[in-house]
Design a protein around this ligand. Structure first.
Ligand code: HEC
Length: 217
């Protein structure tokens, strides 16, 4: 892999909004401040997720192109099978997770959850699709920013995700061998293939300042 390092700083101060009846001292301006900070957190997380996704996607594409130019589509399947999960692992550090999820998946590990399928539906119509969707979940133990960005099918993808009648016999054999339950064929150019997913997580109730993405490859 090529050498680069990226670091994105995330400073988060957790504040409680509207904590109930006996917090009489809480003024409107405090609430305003809290909201402003939350907006700022939202922007920071979005920017971090955006950056990470671009680099992650670039890395996957580079590995794919390299593998296809040396081993053709059949050889590249082997590379995708081993490298894709590994690249995902390398990028997922310090409370940050990144990977791809899909409705019609090749690798069962990439199966979208019911919630993710609802998000994916919003990306299906390319005329109305947002560029990304960012949402928060908060529990007693963790606050998580969830970021999703659509992946659309390009011509090169059809070598391995196109219609069965157009795939080469070698590709079909390799897919059957490694992914007997494959659902990721029959795509057309421009069709939604899946989504990038980024999750940024930290413990609830703690002021948190952490370098969330910092690695060298
Ligand atoms: C050489 C064959 C090949 C090509 C070309 C290819 N893929 Fe894949 N793709 C795979 C394999 C193999 C996997 C499963 C990787 C794994 O096991 O994690 C996969 C997985 C995926 C996934 C993850 C979800 C899932 O189904 O498991 C997405 C999304 C995806 N590919 C999109 C694309 C896109 C977009 C392109 C074109 C830019 C593309 N692929 C080109 C072989 C290929």
């Amino acid at each position: 892999m090529k050498g680069f390092s990226l670091s994105v700083l995330l400073f988060v101060t957790v504040i409680f909004i509207g904590c109930g009846g006996d917090q009489k001292g809480e003024s409107d301006s405090q609430l305003e401040q809290a909201k402003a900070l939350q907006n700022e957190n939202d922007i920071l997380c979005r920017q971090a997720a955006d950056k990470l996704t671009v680099i992650f996607a670039g890395e996957l594409k580079e590995e794919l192109m390299k593998a296809m130019s040396t081993g053709g589509s059949v050889g590249a399947i082997e590379v995708c099978r081993i490298k894709a999960p590994k690249i995902s692992q390398i990028f997922s550090i310090n409370g940050v997770k990144i990977r791809r999820v899909a409705e019609r998946y090749r690798n069962l590990d990439n199966r979208a959850t019911v919630w993710q399928l609802e998000i994916m539906a919003e990306f299906k119509d390319t005329l109305t699709a947002p560029e990304f969707i960012g949402e928060w979940t908060r529990s007693d133990t963790a606050e998580v920013y969830h970021y999703y960005k659509p992946i659309y099918t390009q011509p090169i993808c059809l070598n391995c995700h196109g219609g069965l009648q157009t795939l080469s016999p070698g590709v079909i054999d390799a897919v059957r061998k490694y992914y007997p339950n494959d659902k990721a064929t029959g795509f057309k150019v421009g069709e939604l293939r899946g989504m990038f997913m980024v999750e940024i997580e930290w413990p609830t109730g703690e002021g948190y300042a952490e370098e969330i993405v910092d690695f060298e490859m």
